[in-house]
Design a protein around this ligand. Structure first.
Ligand code: MN
Length: 338
């Protein structure tokens, strides 16, 4: 995925959409999506919930795009020409359809439903993502993970993993990163992380043991799902702060529901995220942009795509500022108070 928003965290939304009565705990912060065209000739649109002004990160997860189910005859599907990444990992997870991935490591992989494809940008990588000709409906998520400072220049990498589904109380889970419900992904991460697809039978309720050091996000794909005390609608991202040893999810709809649960220990660094780069400073971004525009070896070469490399957008006139999560506004507290 290539990000056409150059300063996504600056997008203003309305007041914090937190739900729940004052004083009640736990409280879930609800991040509603905004529609973002991916660019390209036919401009497939995604629903983006992270980052936004109210929230930059959930653990090290720094970006969440949700798309489909899209009839590719109408949307044109996905066709992202060569573009770079630095300082992050990309997680592609599909519910339907198929995407062909190529990168400057020489990886050539098909991304299919229920299969993790994890690409490490690290110091620099370039790749292409194209939905295949046999795809009629495209449906999935793309999530980015910020690399911690000591690993942000990691070597480029690509991993594929197919988790075995596990069933608990009417929920079917596919744990693609970290551990949940007795299922552990063998894929190593650079910070403590959780990533899992959770399918819920109609009206199913499941309580999962979770790491109390983790904050969690639930991105609802379909159905109406109660996360702790808060009802989430399809495409919402509910965020629950660290401190809970269990997480209860209830499908409040009469049909099947599905969501992606992400989590991790709070990321205590501020990051600068601009276009497809994660850095720590304005200068990091200026350097990465120049290296891409100058076709530096930093990003390598990716073959097999007929399109031109995506050019980086112009830098803003003012310096990019590092961001962490803004202070949560609590009921009864003065706006802007810590
Ligand atoms: Mn990408």
């Amino acid at each position: 995925m290539s990000n056409v928003e150059t300063d996504p965290a600056a997008v203003r939304r309305g007041p914090d959409a937190d739900a729940g009565p004052p004083g009640a705990a736990p409280r879930v912060q609800v991040l509603a999506p905004r529609d973002v065209p991916l660019g390209g000739p036919r401009a497939m649109t995604v629903r983006r919930t992270l980052p936004q002004r109210a929230r930059t990160l959930i653990g090290a997860w720094c970006f969440a795009d949700h798309y489909g189910p899209d009839d590719v005859a109408d949307t044109g599907g996905m066709d992202v020409a060569p573009h770079p990444h630095t300082g992050l990992q990309t997680v592609s997870w599909l519910f339907g359809g198929e995407i062909e991935h190529r990168d400057s490591l020489g990886s050539h992989a098909l991304v299919r439903p229920g299969e993790l494809n994890l690409m490490t940008g690290g110091h620099g990588i370039s790749h292409t993502e194209v939905s295949t000709a046999r795809t009629t409906v495209l449906h999935g998520v793309q999530l980015w993970v910020a690399l911690p400072r000591e690993h942000r220049d990691a070597a480029r990498d690509f991993q594929h993993h197919v988790p075995d589904p596990v069933t608990v109380d009417g929920a079917e889970l596919r744990v693609f990163l970290g551990s949940l419900a007795g299922s552990t992904s063998p894929v190593a991460t650079f910070s403590p992380l959780l990533g899992a697809e959770i399918a819920l039978a109609p009206r199913a309720a499941v309580t999962l043991d979770v790491d109390p050091a983790f904050e969690h996000g639930l991105l609802v794909d379909r159905g109406e799902v109660r996360m702790a005390d808060t009802l989430l609608h399809a495409a919402d991202l509910g965020c629950l702060d660290a401190g809970s040893a269990t997480l209860t999810l209830v499908n409040e709809s009469d049909g099947p529901a599905r969501a992606v649960l992400i989590g991790g220990t709070p990321f205590d660094e501020e990051i600068v995220m601009w276009w497809n780069f994660v850095g720590r400073s304005h200068e990091d971004i200026v350097r990465a942009r120049a290296d891409w525009q100058n076709a530096s070896d930093r990003f390598g070469e990716v073959g097999g795509h007929p399109g031109d490399r995506l050019p980086a957008p112009a830098l803003p006139r003012t310096a990019l500022r590092p961001r962490g999560n803004p202070p949560r506004r609590r009921p009864g507290s003065a706006e802007g108070a810590p």
